[in-house]
Design a protein around this ligand. Structure first.
Ligand SMILES: Nc1nc2c(ncn2[C@@H]2O[C@H](COP(=O)(O)OP(=O)(O)OP(=O)(O)O)[C@@H](O)[C@H]2O)c(=O)[nH]1
Length: 241
């Protein structure tokens, strides 16, 4: 059965994963938080969730660096990247958390979820088990999320591959049933990737109470030591100094 941490491996390559230039990478977190609002405007916390190897890190890499790596190793613990964008005239800074799909690498679960305004829930359209696992991820989300109105987007990834096991209409149906935004993507060809994050941010900005100043005090400092990852993950805001 699929679900948090139970997805089968679908990588087929073992080359070590390198952090791309400019990335905060999979090692120690190097970001420092300041205040909730800064010159870049508002900072929003987004999470990537889904079974192992569905392409969460690849979507993040494509979105933040415009790159794709055919051989990525599993995320261990948590990765974190920042991306600035202007959406509907609003300058926003996205603090995007990439979580490990494999259970054995998931050590900080409740902290990931705290204060997230948006969640990208990813499955692989060529692996039915990752689609079946969505319910477990939604249950986990319900258990740990601290905001009742967190915006959720369902993403069916790897549409470039020929061996599809989940049809678009199945994804759409599931998303409708669970009140999720929905889009299909390919991190490889970049199809739909920018659109997915833009739509999510637009919806967050349209949701009253999700990003207003009352949550500004939640900003915390992210330390350089990897040991600190356990203790000081972001709240609603994670601005960098
Ligand atoms: N063809 C194709 N391959 C992809 C796509 N997205 C990711 N991959 C490949 O799928 C494998 C797994 O991708 P990752 O991005 O590491 O998956 P993940 O969900 O972050 O995995 P965990 O870190 O274990 O949770 C990698 O070898 C990627 O290159 C895609 O859109 N198309």
């Amino acid at each position: 059965m699929a679900g948090p941490g139970r997805g089968r491996s679908a990588r087929g390559c073992e080359r070590p994963r390198r952090a791309p230039p400019g990335s905060i990478g999979r090692g120690p977190l190097r970001a420092r938080a300041a205040r909730g609002m800064d010159a870049a405007g508002l900072t929003l916390k987004l999470l990537l969730l889904g079974d192992s190897a569905v392409g969460k890190s690849s979507l993040l890499l494509r979105f933040t660096d415009g790159a794709f790596e055919p051989c990525l190793k599993p995320t261990v613990g948590v990765d974190f990247k920042v991306k600035k964008m202007v959406v509907d005239g609003h300058a926003v800074q996205l603090a995007i958390w990439d979580t490990a799909g494999q259970e054995r690498f998931r050590t900080l679960t409740p902290s990931y979820y705290r204060g997230a305004q948006g969640v990208v829930l990813v499955y692989d359209v060529t692996r039915k088990d990752t689609f079946a696992g969505l319910e477990s991820w939604l249950n986990e989300l319900e258990m740990y999320t601290t905001k009742s109105n967190t915006v959720k987007m369902l993403v069916g990834n790897k549409t470039d591959k020929p061996d599809r096991e989940v049809e678009r209409r199945e994804g759409l149906q599931f998303a409708r049933k669970r009140s999720l935004l929905f889009i299909e993507t390919s991190a490889k060809t970049q199809d739909g990737v920018q659109h997915a994050f833009e739509e999510l941010v637009i919806k967050i900005l349209q949701t009253p109470g999700l990003w207003d100043k009352s949550t500004e005090k939640r900003g915390v400092q992210l330390m350089e030591s990897s040991a600190q990852q356990n203790k000081s993950l972001c709240g609603a805001y994670c601005p960098l100094s």
